[in-house]
Design a protein around this ligand. Sequence first.
Ligand SMILES: [Zn+2]
Length: 230
Amino acid sequence: MLNKYLASIFMGLESLVFDSSCIICGDRESEFCVRCRQDWQSSPQRISGESFPVYSSIAYSETAKAIVLSAKENGVKFSRSLVVSELCAAIKALVRESKLTTEIDLVPIPSSRQARARRGFDFISQITNILAKNLNEDGKPSRFFARPILSINKRVVDQSGLSEPQRNDNLFGAFKVAKPLNSAAPIIIVDDVITTGSTLREAVRALKERNLTVLGAATACATQRRLLIR
Ligand SMILES: [Zn+2]
């Protein structure tokens, strides 16, 4: 009886101490193993090739993809906090560049209705709320507000497998400003990953169409080539 009791305590302790496999790759080492950590090196910088400032923090890799997907599709809180802190870093770098100390509106890229239904939440909107809260807690001169004002205006086909011009065509007119914005504050667009940039460009187009001021965009990850070519 006592042995059984001790054994159950030991098993409980063992699971606390030893059962910490990497949340990303599953290696039984730590919650976020050294190898995965190496693929998630924070380096906020302005990326190349856009007519507006885009800041990003992490070079997109298979590991980064796994982290973003687990946050987005499975709601894994640990992964979400990784994405949030890199987005915070990218936003801060963009604000530093702009030298603004006013109010700033954070506008999330909207998810499709299908993605929202599948996940049960709107990932980018959710993290934009967390970003505004975290950035304001830093007590910096700027005040951040989450403003989910963009909505999907037309059905777009799956972007994977499309060339860049095809993506641009596919996305043109995809977004619209759905809610009246009672704010004239400059806007930072928020997304998880930038690849071709066509999504961000369409968001800028939709916001500027309504004469809103776009400061730039921030993403957690950017494909390697966008980070390397300056
Ligand atoms: Zn790992």
